[in-house]
Design a protein around this ligand. Structure first.
Ligand code: ADP
Length: 511
C-alpha cells in the first residue's frame, strides 16, 4: 500500500510534468510558426512590390518597340541600361521579331547572343499571349514576356529576364533551416534556395505559402522551415520542468511519509486504547469464573478467623491467665484477616483498568498465584493440578498482573477443554530454554481441531457457547509487548500444550 502510494505519487508527477512540457512545447512551436509567418509575409510583400515594377518597365519598353515602323533601339538601349542599373534583378532585356517559323532577335542587352531556344520560347509565349504577360521558367529565374503592341497584330515579343535569387533577396534573417521557393501556378519550381533535411518522427516542417500580389506574375512564394525537436522542446524549457518535477516528487514524498507516520502513530494510539478495552472486557469475563474460586478462598480465612476467635473466647473462660496462648490465637486471627484482605486486593487489581507497572519478578511466583486462584474451581470440576517449577528464580521484566492474567486465561481454557474428560489433569511448569523463561500450561482436554488452530489468535474467534474469543488474542498481545512469544500445539496423546516464552532478565539473575 505504502509503495503503491509512492509510485502513484511519482507517476502523477511525471504525468503533470509531461503535460506541462507538452503545453510549453506547443507554445514554443506556435511562437516559431508565428515568427515564420511574420517574416514570410514581409518577404511576400517585398517580392510582390518588386514584381509589380516589372509591368511598368515592360510597358515603357514596349512603347519604344512598337511606336514606329522600326523599334527605337537606341532609346530602348538607354532605358534598358537605366532599368538594369537600378534593378539589378532584371538581367537583360530582349526583343524578338515574331515569326511563326523563324523568329529573330532584334535586340538583346546580353553580352552573349540570346540562345536559339530562348528566342523561340519568347516568340511562342508572345504568340500564345492573350494580352497578359507570360512567364517562362529558366535556370536561375524566368523570362517575363509581353507581346508588342499588345494586340493580336503584335509584331514583337519583349522579354525581361528576372534573376529570381535577386528577386527574393532580403535582409529578413531567415533561419538557416529555411527553404524559399518560387513556383508557377502549375506547380513548377522557378527558383529554390536552401535545402531542407528529410523529416522524421522528431522533426517537423512548417510552411508559409502565398501567391504574389502581382497580377502579371501570379507566382507562389513558399517559405518552409525545418524544425528539429530541440527547436521547440528546448533545454531552457525542459530543465525548469525537470527541476519542478524532481522537487515536486521529493516534497510530496516527504509529505506522504510524514502523513503516513502521523497516521501510523494515530493508529497505534487507537490500537493501544482498543487493546486496553479488550483487556478490561476479558478480565471481567474471567471474573465470573474467578469469583467462585475467590469466594471459596475467602471463606477459608473467614472460617479460620471464626474458629480461632471462638477458641480464644473458650480459652479466656478456661484459662484466663494463659496470655501466651491467647496471644498466639490473636496472632493467627490477624494473619487470616490479612490473607482475606490480600485476596480481596487481588480481585480489585484484576478488575480495575490500571496502568501497567513494569517490574522484575520471578515467573515461578505466577504459578503459585494461579494455583491458589484456581484450586477451588479445579477441585469442584475434579481436575488435578500439578506444578513443576524450576529450582532457581526465573527473573523476567513485565507487568506482574498482566502475566498472571495470561496464565490464568490459558489455565481457564485448559479447564474448559476438559469438560467431559474423566480425570482432568492440568500441569503448570516453568523452565529455561536458552535466554527464555518458559511457562508451560499442559492439559489432557479435547484438543484443538485444524480449523480452530488457524484462527486461535483472532479476536472474537470462539468455539464456546458463552465464549468471547478474546482470551488468546489478548494473551498474545501482552506477551508480544514484553518481547515474548506464545505457542499452542496439540499433544501427541491428546490435549494441548501452551508455551509462554519470555526473555530472561540478565540471564535470570534479576541483577
Ligand atoms: P474463548 O475462551 O472466549 O473462546 P480464546 O481466545 O481464549 O477465547 O480461545 C479461542 C478458542 O481456542 C476457544 O474457543 C477454543 O476453541 C480454543 N482453545 C483455546 N485453548 C484451548 C485448549 N487448551 N484446548 C482446546 N481448545 C482450546
Amino acid at each position: 500500500m505504502k509503495h503503491f502510494l509512492k509510485h502513484k505519487n511519482i507517476v502523477s508527477w511525471v504525468l503533470v510534468s509531461a503535460i506541462v512540457l507538452s503545453i510549453l512545447a506547443y507554445r514554443d512551436f506556435n511562437s516559431i510558426r508565428t515568427g515564420l509567418n511574420a517574416k514570410a509575409t514581409s518577404l511576400h510583400r517585398l517580392v510582390s512590390q518588386r514584381a509589380d515594377q516589372h509591368d511598368a518597365h515592360l510597358t515603357g519598353l514596349s512603347a519604344l518597340a512598337s511606336a514606329n515602323e522600326k523599334p527605337l533601339e537606341g532609346m530602348m538601349l538607354n532605358l534598358s541600361e537605366t532599368i538594369r542599373k537600378f534593378y539589378s534583378r532584371i538581367e537583360h532585356v530582349d526583343l524578338i521579331k515574331l515569326d511563326k517559323n523563324n523568329p529573330e532577335t532584334v535586340f538583346s542587352t546580353r553580352y552573349s547572343h540570346l540562345a536559339q531556344d530562348d528566342t523561340r520560347a519568347i516568340n511562342d509565349a508572345a504568340f500564345a499571349s492573350d494580352g497578359r504577360l507570360q512567364i517562362i521558367p529558366a535556370s536561375n529565374g524566368y523570362f517575363l514576356v509581353k507581346r508588342s503592341p499588345n494586340s493580336d497584330n503584335a509584331r514583337y515579343g519583349l522579354a525581361l529576364f528576372i534573376n529570381a535569387e535577386k528577386l527574393i533577396e532580403n535582409e529578413l534573417d531567415f533561419n538557416s533551416n529555411t527553404q524559399i521557393d518560387l513556383k508557377t501556378n502549375s506547380g513548377m519550381t522557378v527558383y529554390s534556395v536552401g535545402q531542407l533535411e528529410a523529416t522524421n518522427r522528431f522533426t517537423r516542417n512548417i510552411s508559409f505559402s502565398k501567391v504574389l500580389g502581382s497580377r502579371s506574375q501570379p507566382l507562389t512564394l513558399v517559405v518552409t522551415l525545418h524544425l528539429n525537436v530541440t527547436d521547440y522542446i528546448r533545454w531552457q524549457t525542459i530543465l525548469p520542468v525537470i527541476l519542478f518535477m524532481v522537487l515536486g516528487i521529493v516534497f510530496s514524498q516527504a509529505f506522504l511519509t510524514q502523513r503516513q507516520k502521523t497516521r501510523l502513530a494515530e493508529e497505534r494510539a487507537l490500537l493501544g486504547e482498543h487493546e486496553a478495552r479488550i483487556a478490561q472486557a476479558s478480565r471481567i469475563n474471567g471474573l465470573g469464573e474467578m469469583a467462585s474460586g475467590l469466594a471459596h478462598e475467602i471463606t477459608q480465612p473467614l472460617t479460620a478467623i471464626l474458629s480461632q476467635s471462638q477458641a480464644g473466647v473458650r480459652l479466656i473462660d478456661a484459662r484466663p491467665d494463659d496470655l501466651e496462648t491467647l496471644k498466639q490465637v490473636l496472632g493467627n486471627i490477624s494473619k487470616q484477616a490479612k490473607r482475606g484482605g490480600d485476596i480481596v486486593q487481588r480481585l480489585r487489581t484484576w478488575t480495575t483498568h490500571s496502568t501497567e507497572t513494569i517490574e522484575t519478578f520471578d515467573l515461578n511466583s505466577v504459578a503459585e498465584g494461579i494455583r491458589d486462584l484456581t484450586k477451588a474451581d479445579l477441585k469442584e470440576k475434579g481436575v488435578t493440578i500439578e506444578t513443576t517449577l524450576h529450582s532457581n528464580p526465573l527473573m523476567i521484566q513485565a507487568d506482574h498482573v498482566a502475566i498472571e492474567q495470561v496464565i490464568f486465561n490459558l489455565s481457564r481454557n485448559a479447564v474448559d477443554a476438559m469438560e467431559g474428560v474423566e480425570s482432568g489433569y492440568l500441569h503448570l511448569s516453568t523452565y529455561i530454554d536458552q535466554q527464555y523463561a518458559i511457562f508451560m500450561v499442559k492439559d489432557n482436554g479435547k484438543g484443538i481441531d485444524e480449523e480452530t488452530l488457524q484462527h486461535l489468535f483472532e479476536p472474537f474467534y470462539t468455539t464456546k457457547e458463552k465464549g468471547m474469543g478474546l482470551g488468546l488474542s489478548l494473551c498474545e498481545n501482552i506477551i508480544n509487548r514484553y518481547n515474548g512469544q506464545i505457542e499452542i500445539s496439540n499433544n501427541d496423546g491428546g490435549g494441548v500444550t501452551t508455551l509462554v516464552k519470555l526473555p530472561l532478565k540478565d540471564n535470570g539473575t534479576g541483577q
